[in-house]
Design a protein around this ligand. Structure first.
Ligand SMILES: Cc1cc2nc3c(=O)[nH]c(=O)nc-3n(C[C@H](O)[C@H](O)[C@H](O)COP(=O)(O)OP(=O)(O)OC[C@H]3O[C@@H](n4cnc5c(N)ncnc54)[C@H](O)[C@@H]3O)c2cc1C
Length: 378
C-alpha cells in the first residue's frame, strides 16, 4: 500500500516511522525547506511513551529523553515560591522531557533516506480521494495522512475545519544553553494571568515556558527582555533560567486551540492526525502526546490490512480517537482558564483550593489521562 503523509512534525514523523516499519511504502511531504525545526523542550507522559513503544520507537526516544523530574518536588507554586500543591512522585514517575529538535531527529532517523520530501507544500483532494497535489503535479496514493498542524490548510480543503479560538494568552519558551541548578524543584508557578514552568532536560539544561494574558498579536521589540521584566519579582531560579538562555533562543507563540472538536477525522481515504485533527492548549502537556497516540492507533489498525479493509480501519480510527481527544481538548481549555485566572478574588480562591486539595487527587486526575489508550495489536 502507498501512503502519503503531509507534514513532518511529531505526529507525521511518528506515523510515517510506524507505517514504514510495518512494510508500507511511505512518502512524507514537508513544506519547510529544512525538515528539522527549531524549538524548545517537550514533556511526554506515559501514554505517549506507551504509544511510541507500540510503533517500535520507544527505546530510541528514551535514549534522548530524561526522567530527572521524577526525583524532584513538582506541582504548583506561587510567585514567592511557596508550594500551593505538590503532586505525588508517581504522577511524574514516567514523565520524560526532551529537546524538540532531538525528538524530531530521532523520529526522522527511523525513516529510510529519501522518505521526507522537504520544501513541498502538499494539498489533498476535497472529496478525500487519496491524491496529493504539489504545485501542478498530482500523485495518487492508497491513503493520505494529513499531519499539517494547527493551521492545517488541508483540514479546510476537506471541509472539516471548525476554526481556531485564541485562548487569551501568549507563551514564551526557551532552553538554557548551560546547566542550571534548579534545587530539585520543578513544575509551574502560577500568578495572576501569567505562569512560569520549569522542566529539567537530560543534560541538566532547563526547558522553561512562560505565559501571559495579552491580546492576540501583541508585539515586543525584545522578547527576552519582555519575559525577564514580566517575571522579575518571581522566585529563584526563574531569572537564572532566563539569564542562561540566549536572546535568540526565546520563542513566543500566541496560544490557540480548535474552537470546537471536529465531527470526524476522515474523509474518504484521507485521514487527519495530530494538531490538524485536535489542536489543544498546552496546559495538560498532551498535544504532541495525542498526536503520537493517533499515529500508534492508525499504525495498529492498518497492520496487515489490504486496501479492501481500509475504509473500515479508518472509520475505527476516527471513532476511537474522537472521543478521547475531544475530552482532553476540553479539559486542557478548562485547565488553562484556571491557570491563567487574573482577577484577584478568583486567584485567591484558586490558590486556597489548591492548598487544600490533596496532591494525590491532582495526581489521580493526571494519571487518568495517562492510561494506555490504543487498541491492542491485532
Ligand atoms: C507553548 C506550547 C507548549 C507545548 N508543550 C507541549 C508538551 O510539553 N507536551 C506535548 O505533548 N505537547 C505540547 N505542546 C503541543 C505540541 O507542540 C503540538 O501538539 C505538536 O507539536 C503538534 O505536532 P504536529 O505534528 O501535529 O504538528 P506540527 O508540529 O505543527 O507539524 C506540522 C508540520 O506540517 C508542515 N506543513 C504544514 N502545512 C503543510 C503542507 N500543506 N504541506 C506540507 N507540509 C505542511 C509544517 O511545516 C510542520 O512541519 C505545546 C504547544 C505549545 C504551543
Amino acid at each position: 500500500m502507498r501512503i502519503a503523509v503531509i507534514g513532518a512534525g511529531i505526529a507525521g514523523l511518528s506515523v510515517a516511522a510506524g507505517l514504514q516499519r510495518d512494510g508500507y511504502d511511505v512518502t512524507v511531504f514537508e513544506q519547510r525547506p529544512e525538515p528539522s525545526p527549531v524549538g524548545a523542550g517537550l514533556t511526554l507522559f506515559r501514554n505517549a511513551c506507551d504509544a511510541l513503544d507500540m510503533m517500535g520507537l520507544g527505546d530510541s526516544v528514551r535514549a534522548v529523553s530524561g526522567t530527572d523530574i521524577a526525583s524532584m518536588r513538582t506541582g504548583q507554586r506561587d510567585p514567592a515560591g511557596s508550594w500551593l500543591i505538590a503532586v505525588p512522585p508517581s504522577t511524574v514517575a514516567s514523565m520524560r522531557s526532551v529537546h524538540r529538535s532531538e525528538l524530531h531527529h530521532t523520529l526522522s532517523s527511523h525513516l529510510f533516506p529519501g522518505t521526507v520530501h522537504a520544501g513541498q507544500t502538499a494539498r489533498v483532494a476535497a472529496d478525500g480521494t487519496p491524491r496529493v497535489t504539489i504545485g501542478e503535479r498530482a500523485e495518487e496514493f492508497d491513503l493520505v495522512v494529513v499531519a499539517d498542524g494547527i493551521r492545517s490548510t488541508n483540514r479546510k480543503v476537506l471541509g472539516l475545519d471548525t476554526g481556531l479560538r485564541y485562548a487569551g494568552y501568549t507563551a514564551w519558551r526557551g532552553v538554557t544553553h548551560r546547566p542550571v541548578n534548579i534545587g530539585g524543584e520543578a513544575g509551574e508557578t502560577w500568578g495572576r494571568g501569567q505562569l512560569f514552568g520549569i522542566v529539567p532536560l537530560p543534560d541538566h539544561r532547563v526547558y522553561w515556558y512562560a505565559t501571559a494574558n495579552l491580546p492576540a498579536g501583541t508585539d515586543f521589540p525584545d522578547e527576552h527582555q519582555a519575559v525577564r521584566d514580566r517575571f522579575a519579582q518571581w522566585h529563584a531560579p526563574i531569572q537564572e533560567c532566563l539569564a542562561a538562555t540566549p536572546r535568540a533562543a526565546v520563542l513566543r507563540h500566541d496560544v490557540y486551540d480548535l474552537s470546537r472538536p471536529l465531527e470526524t477525522f476522515t474523509r474518504g481515504r484521507t485521514v487527519l492526525i495530530g494538531d490538524a485533527a485536535h489542536a489543544m492548549t498546552p496546559n495538560l502537556g498532551q498535544g504532541a502526546g495525542q498526536g503520537i497516540e493517533d499515529a500508534a492507533t492508525l499504525t495498529l489498525l492498518l497492520r496487515d490490512v489490504d486496501t479492501s479493509e481500509l475504509d473500515r480501519a479508518l472509520t475505527s480510527y476516527s471513532d476511537l480517537r474522537l472521543n478521547r481527544t475531544s475530552t482532553i481538548l476540553h479539559r486542557s481549555r478548562t485547565a488553562g482558564r484556571v491557570a491563567q485566572a487574573a482577577h484577584p478574588v478568583t486567584v485567591s480562591l484558586r490558590n486556597t483550593v489548591l492548598r487544600l486539595i490533596p496532591g494525590r487527587l491532582m495526581g489521580a486526575m493526571s494519571q487518568r489521562i495517562q492510561h494506555r489508550p490504543c487498541p491492542g495489536p491485532r
